[in-house]
Write a protein that binds this ligand. Sequence first.
Ligand SMILES: Cc1cc2nc3c(=O)[nH]c(=O)nc-3n(C[C@H](O)[C@H](O)[C@H](O)COP(=O)(O)OP(=O)(O)OC[C@H]3O[C@@H](n4cnc5c(N)ncnc54)[C@H](O)[C@@H]3O)c2cc1C
Ligand code: SF4
Length: 449
Amino acid sequence: MERASPPAFNPAHHDNVDFDFQESLLPMTQHEAAVEANRCLYCYDAPCMHACPTHIDIPTFIRKISTGNLRGSARTILESNFLGGTCARVCPVQELCEGACVMGADHTPIAIGRLQRYAVDHVQERGVQLFTPAPSTGLKVAVIGSGPAGLSAAAELAKLGHAVTLMEKRELGGGLSTYSIIVLREPVEVALREVEAVKRLGVEVRTGTELQDRAGLDTLLREYDAVFLGLGLGAVPATGIPGEEHILDGLVVIEASKMGRPTGIGRRAAVIGAGNTAIDAATVARRLGAETRMVYRRTEAEMTAYRHEYEFALHEGISFDFLTQPVRVLAENGTVTGLECRRMVLGAPDSSGRPRPEPVLGSEFVIGCDTVISAIGQEKPALALALGLAVEGGYIAVSPTLETSIPGVYAGGDCVRVRGSASTVMAVQDGKIAAAGIHAALVAKVAAD
Ligand SMILES: Cc1cc2nc3c(=O)[nH]c(=O)nc-3n(C[C@H](O)[C@H](O)[C@H](O)COP(=O)(O)OP(=O)(O)OC[C@H]3O[C@@H](n4cnc5c(N)ncnc54)[C@H](O)[C@@H]3O)c2cc1C
Ligand code: SF4
């Protein structure tokens, strides 16, 4: 069943885009950054560095901030993570670097994410070019998809002297960082600055260019020495309940909020799902002034959203209906009037290892609302099968160097990642691993020829 598109803009409706949507954390001042940097113990064999999936040398970049060397600090960060500006904003630092910081045991952990943002913004706001590509190798690599995985792979390959062409099907580069991470965490300009930084390394970025099928991949393999696929995932899957056509896609709603388009959100919204994307969609609804309820068929203990995201949502005034399953969307004359739900109880574990929710007979009730949004995850990369790639659980199967079942074709980011562990920083690290794998294979091939 087709999903509803956000309706056309109606000025009588309160959904104009003139609402409280700005990056929620203010940048640090010079004084704040200096004080915070000087709190760091510059630990030997620092646990924060081990906890970072891209292994940024955190004590070194913080020390450089403390001595006022912001370019040097940004260089240290971007050497390990070319998307340091995005990661400074979106990484679940509580679970990673800051969670591992020794200062967290008795005091407050060092604000590593905010310090990273301070240093990277300093150079990226000024368009400073920190890296010079190595002399040309004469070899060509095609990168498909300009999300964090594709941008990271393209940057690393360009630094190594390869001629990189980055192809992106959408109008703007940056993937989910541009279109789907809410402005409160990452404004569009931050993601686009990173695309510009990749271009400044000599990468040719072709937007509006889509890899569609196996014939297209074969053409790329004839024209380029290697191909990297950073395809990401698909749309939000259908819920399968009657009234599906009235449900708004959570990703479409978030994108509309980022791009300054009307979202279609009314005064009372019910959001289906309880992962990070669902919380983001609910945040958009709430910030637009809608009374917002999230509907999840399991309990707080099983929800996949990070704890800090859940707490953020509660703080925003979003309420949660746990052990609640949507049954159908109620509508009159095309206008949503409610979401019929039923109560659930938890039973024995299912294939995911989580307790299976089971319906309570006769427990149906209606949540009154004029907007229903679904954010129950993303579909697996459908193109993988069309390209003839081996898959594992629906994701592209890869070797430890991230080579796929087709020689010379590598993949990374969400399209190879099993459910639950997809994140920007993991996609960035995949881009680095694949770039290293591609480089090693190409160097070996040239040496053998
Ligand atoms: C709402 C939301 C909030 C999130 N919040 C966070 C967060 O706070 N912290 C965090 O770490 N992670 C977060 N994530 C996850 C994070 O955004 C992803 O893990 C990350 O973007 C994955 O990067 P990627 O490059 O693999 O894929 P994507 O970012 O999805 O990029 C894939 C790119 O490939 C392009 N593409 C796809 N197919 C083709 C094709 N055939 N031809 C050409 N181009 C193609 C797409 O248009 C897209 O630009 C969030 C995700 C969502 C949906
Ligand atoms: S663990 Fe904390 S105190 Fe130690 S180097 Fe890392 S940020 Fe600094």
